[in-house]
Design a binder for this molecule. Structure first.
Ligand SMILES: Cc1cc2nc3c(=O)[nH]c(=O)nc-3n(C[C@H](O)[C@H](O)[C@H](O)COP(=O)(O)O)c2cc1C
Length: 164
């Protein structure tokens, strides 16, 4: 049962538009991934990002062992991918029927507009989540409209109308 403050907090955060990524790692050669909105750029020198994972996340346990993770920044055509990687499934099951390949010893999804391979440089506890600081070891991009999450629905970015 959430408190009034927690409900209000959740509603405010639902109004914050975020990018949507699938964060990935390997476990004994088997790929695993989780849909994540809590991902942002952290540093340019050296290039770093941060990702926040629930303490109950299965992926978190894998990343803590392998000390590396991939960030697949999704495009507007990949809402179904975001939905399926947000399910609680056994190891390897989320990748059934998914087009992916190995890149920098990490699972990389096909057709993503943004890809980062990272090594974990630090972990910070934040309430019921763990924030992972990732040192970027490889980055590549392709031009595509982004997938966004706002008011509990998927969308994309669009330009404001030009003022006269
Ligand atoms: C749009 C969206 C964004 C999400 N963002 C996060 C997030 O930032 N961190 C997180 O731990 N879970 C997030 N989740 C929930 C996880 O994807 C979900 O709990 C998943 O089942 C965890 O799988 P795992 O236990 O295999 O890691 C998000 C789900 C959706 C649909």
């Amino acid at each position: 049962m959430l408190t009034q403050l927690q409900n209000d907090f959740r509603d405010v955060m639902a109004g914050v538009a975020t990018p949507v990524s699938v964060v990935t790692a390997f476990h004994d050669g088997s790929p695993h991934g989780t849909t994540v909105s809590a991902f942002t750029s952290l540093s340019m020198d050296p290039p770093m990002v941060l990702v926040s994972l629930d303490k109950t996340s299965r992926l978190l346990g894998l990343i803590r062992k392998s000390r590396r993770f991939g960030v697949n920044v999704l495009g507007a055509a990949q809402a179904e991918t975001a939905r399926s990687f947000a399910k609680k499934l056994e190891m390897g099951e989320k990748f059934a029927g998914v087009d992916w390949r190995r890149d920098n010893e990490l699972p990389r999804l096909a057709g993503v507009p943004g890809w980062l391979a990272c090594t974990v440089s630090q972990e910070v506890e934040g309430g019921d989540h763990i924030v992972l600081f990732g040192r970027v070891v490889s980055a590549s991009t392709a031009t595509a409209a982004p997938l966004t999450y706002h008011s509990r629905t998927f969308g994309t970015h669009s330009l404001l109308a030009q003022s006269a």
